[in-house]
Design a binder for this molecule. Structure first.
Ligand SMILES: Nc1ncnc2c1ncn2[C@@H]1O[C@H](COP(=O)(O)OP(=O)(O)OP(=O)(O)O)[C@@H](O)[C@H]1O
Ligand SMILES: [Mg+2]
Length: 343
């Protein structure tokens, strides 16, 4: 009566790593997750994007059988998270906001213990631990007890631990929050490698550029609901075409640049005084040459001219009517050097 035999499962379901319908989780009066639908194709990276408190961790926790949904249903590779939690747990790995390693033991010891728990022989466990420490740049720190690890090192060890078994579906809850740019880029590479070698990754992030870099598809969630879903390009396309960014060498020229853009391109340009630049929708690329000539004739020199696709920040703003609250933001919403966390 239950769909326990993958051989019998509908072919469509087998291609879906996650299929969730109307997931709801209520804490007291608060609907933390309020009817979330998700479909994640096997072999892809799926990004769940949303600000603090949007319901990302709660959603993942239900998919990973750590929280019981109050309504709705979810299947992992065809197995129901409520009816078949034991099978589901064998198919997934969870890392992120719940690190589960022993503080007093060294990184090496932790990885060996995890490997042994997963049934590897003593020599295989050691070999695997050495391999993972190397991959995550932790070889030097292998013998240090975890309590002496920085936040970034912990996060890397946490991911390493979840990779011992390399499960078919890996949940990564904000895998790069608080990491310095270099470690973050390493993490991205690791995630790409996981997918190349056959895993499916569902990650949550507050960083638009991270979803942009990694995810095949994205669900934007806000107040417990999916407010947009699609490929990065689809989401970007939903808010329009490219925009032209111009930065005059002298700030006092900014209004004249705007007037020239309005006149030559026939569009409404926007001045961003803090950024010292003028932005305008680019409807007709051919007219840009005319614009540059007109600016030169007025004696205005530019320090920057670029054509940009809309950022996901702009997408988020358009969809939800409010921006994303970053602790520290630059214009693209990217994590910058200021947020380096490794001490
Ligand atoms: N165990 C809990 N009891 C009560 N409320 C909770 C609990 N867990 C989460 N919440 C609330 O549910 C909402 C969604 O929380 P959740 O942790 O899923 O958000 P999130 O998108 O992961 O946010 P963040 O980016 O900060 O990690 C928040 O308002 C949070 O305060
Ligand atoms: Mg969270």
């Amino acid at each position: 009566m239950e769909e326990r035999n993958p051989g019998n499962a509908n072919a469509n379901l087998q291609n879906l790593a996650v299929e969730a319908h109307g997931l709801v989780k209520i804490f007291g009066q608060h609907r933390a997750v309020d009817g979330v639908d998700l479909r994640v194709e096997a072999g892809s990276v799926y990004g769940v994007l949303g600000p603090n408190g949007a319901g990302k961790t709660t959603t993942i926790s239900m998919l990973a059988t750590l929280l019981r949904p109050d309504a709705g249903s979810a299947k992992i590779f065809g197995y129901d998270v409520v009816k078949d939690p034991h099978i589901v747990r064998q198919l997934i790995g969870v890392t992120g906001q719940y690190a589960s390693v022993d503080e007093t033991l060294s990184a090496m010891e932790n990885l060996i213990i995890f490997s042994r728990l997963l049934g590897l022989s003593r020599s295989d466990a050691r070999r695997k631990a050495v391999e993972l420490l190397e991959e995550f740049g932790l070889t030097e720190a292998a013998k240090r007890p975890l309590k002496k690890f920085s936040g970034g090192m912990r996060r890397r060890l946490d991911l390493a631990a979840s990779l011992i078994a390399q499960p078919p579906l890996i949940f990564l809850d904000e895998p790069t929050t608080g990491l310095d740019p270099r470690t973050r880029a390493q993490m991205w590479d690791t995630i790409r490698r996981l997918v190349k070698t056959g895993s499916t990754v569902l990650l949550t992030t507050q960083y638009l550029d991270e979803a942009d870099q990694l995810a095949d598809r994205i669900a934007v969630i806000d107040h417990g609901r999916v407010v947009a879903e699609g490929t990065v390009d689809e989401l970007k396309a939903s808010i329009g075409t490219s925009s032209l960014h111009l930065r005059p060498e002298q700030r006092e020229h900014i209004d004249e640049v705007r007037r020239t853009v309005d006149r030559v391109l026939g569009v409404q340009a926007v001045v961003s005084p803090e950024a010292g630049k003028v932005t305008a929708p680019m409807l007709d690329a051919d007219k840009v040459t005319d614009l540059l000539i007109a600016l030169r004739e007025s004696g205005i020199r530019l320090t920057e001219m670029s054509v940009q696709k809309p950022t996901l920040d702009e997408v988020f703003l358009t969809i939800t009517g409010h921006g994303v609250d970053h602790d520290s933001t630059d214009e693209s919403g990217a994590l910058d050097g200021k947020e380096a966390a490794i001490s």
